[in-house]
Design a protein around this ligand. Structure first.
Ligand code: URP
Ligand code: ZN
Length: 452
């Protein structure tokens, strides 16, 4: 064996068991009850061995609101690797007036040479005038079987209408593609933004007040109705409300193929954050109430929510200070490095089994998004592993995290359990607080369709 990981407690969705893992080249070659011999041996007694985390919702170097998100494909994926992330899915967002294919090529180019873990892309369509017959099939065949449609962000040039959503749902139903949505009722939130601005209410807290829970709840219900009528499947990105969760539960119960994602900030933080330095917490959808946090945690623990991602879209404090009114603050917050530590430590407190943790962070994102060689500890899969020390205690701070930022949304949070070693396709890229990977070593992964 080239590399062996001996004496670990291996975590899979089916159970937690003591095992030894042998790696040859980039693949898991054997899983054995007895310790293995190899060229390189890592003894992980007392530690957990989990499939590498897949973060299927990140925005590296994304132009937004007159600036660009602060992590590029290098800094963002190095930070991710420190947090046990071995695959990301970013977005190829079609600029209005251009073909979706140029966005895909541009995004691949932006990542290549920089990205340190494997990456894939969702196709984000914004202008159906430039999408020709057969293009959707072509995009799926190029290894991008998932799409993101923005049901809001009109002034940013990203929004599509319900007709576009319905048409894409119909087309993907036969092609086994998956449509995902950013679900917020644009007309209502635009009305509320204009009203607050007219009234001189410009502080960051009005970002949240202009996007109340029903703005998301209504939109998720609408998207589900369209999905049901199209006999298609739907993925809901970054769900933040108990109303959204109720809609998902009801749809799943009547057999609609709806998959839901939430993020650690919607589980952990509330709209009280908008009272002081609120601009640092401006993201869409916004932070909610404690009762939403608790409902979403139950959704994660009980299986109604399929994926926990980060929507990593960070801006430094100087970028967040841009604009003198709440509607001009660049939307987004960091998270890629803290996903696993926060979900492990806080999930355990809430009774989340380890099997469920690896399901929402690795197994489900791999299955749903067609990363067929990722997300599981099985012979033949890519040797993407994270070793987590359950005894390691840390206090999260931007000063010791690796994201290209001067603040953390989880500043001061004490976590117990931390990733200490990250292995990507058989290569140790992080160990003992050091990064060993080479810039640009990450590969573009062509995904397969229809896995959900
Ligand atoms: O505020 C957010 N979520 N920014 C990133 C873009 C998006 O909507 O996912
Ligand atoms: Zn979004």
């Amino acid at each position: 064996m080239d590399l062996v990981v001996n004496n670990g407690k291996v975590v899979t969705p089916q159970g937690v068991f003591q095992a030894n893992i042998g790696i040859e080249g980039e693949k898991i070659a054997t899983i054995s009850k007895s310790p293995l011999k190899g060229d390189e041996v890592i003894d992980v007694s007392g530690k957990l061995v989990m499939p590498g985390v897949i973060d299927p919702h990140v925005h590296m170097e994304l132009p937004f609101g007159g600036t660009v998100s602060a992590d590029d494909f290098k800094t963002g994926t190095i930070a991710g690797a420190f947090g046990g992330v071995t695959t990301i899915i970013d977005f190829a967002i079609q600029p209005k007036g251009e073909s979706p294919f140029s966005a895909i090529e541009a995004r691949k180019k932006a990542a290549e040479g920089k990205v340190v873990v494997d990456f894939a892309l969702h196709a984000s369509l914004t202008d159906m005038e430039k999408v020709e017959d057969g293009d959707i099939r072509k995009i799926i065949e190029m290894g991008l079987p998932s799409f993101k449609l923005f049901m809001t962000y009109r002034k940013e040039g990203l929004m599509v209408d319900d007709g576009t959503l319905f048409a894409l749902l119909q087309e993907t139903a036969s092609l086994k593609g998956l449509v995902g949505v950013h679900a917020e009722n644009a007309a209502v939130l635009e009305y509320l933004i204009a009203k607050f601005l007219r009234e001189g209410k410009t502080e960051p807290k009005y970002h949240a007040l202009s996007r109340p829970n029903f703005v998301e709840g209504e939109c998720i219900n609408r998207a589900i109705t369209l999905t049901e009528e199209a006999n298609s499947s739907l993925y809901i990105f970054h769900m933040s409300t108990k109303e959204g969760l109720e809609a998902v539960k009801s749809a799943k119960t009547r057999g609609v193929k709806v998959l839901a994602e939430t993020c650690p900030h919607y589980l952990m933080l509330t709209d009280e954050k908008y009272e002081e330095n609120g601009q640092l917490y401006v993201m869409s959808p916004p932070l909610r109430k404690r009762e939403d946090n608790e409902a979403l945690w139950q959704g994660v623990v009980n299986g109604w929510i399929d994926v926990v991602s980060t929507d990593h879209c960070p801006f430094r404090t100087d970028q967040k200070a841009m604009g003198d009114t709440f509607d001009k603050i660049p939307n987004g917050v960091p998270g890629i490095e803290t996903l696993l530590p926060v979900m492990f430590s806080e999930g355990l407190k809430r009774g989340m089994p380890l099997e469920r943790l690896v399901e929402v962070l690795s197994y489900n994102p791999a299955r749903i998004f067609g990363l067929e060689n990722k997300g599981a500890i099985e012979v033949g899969k890519d040797a993407d592993l994270v070793i987590l020390d359950p005894r390691e205690e840390r206090t999260l701070s931007y000063e010791t995290l690796h994201m290209n930022l001067d603040y953390s949304i989880f500043e001061g949070l004490k976590v117990k359990g931390y990733p200490v070693t990250t292995i990507s396709r058989g290569e140790v890229i992080v160990d003992n607080n050091e990064f060993y990977g080479k810039e640009g070593r990450g590969r573009f992964i062509e995904r397969v369709s229809g896995g959900w």
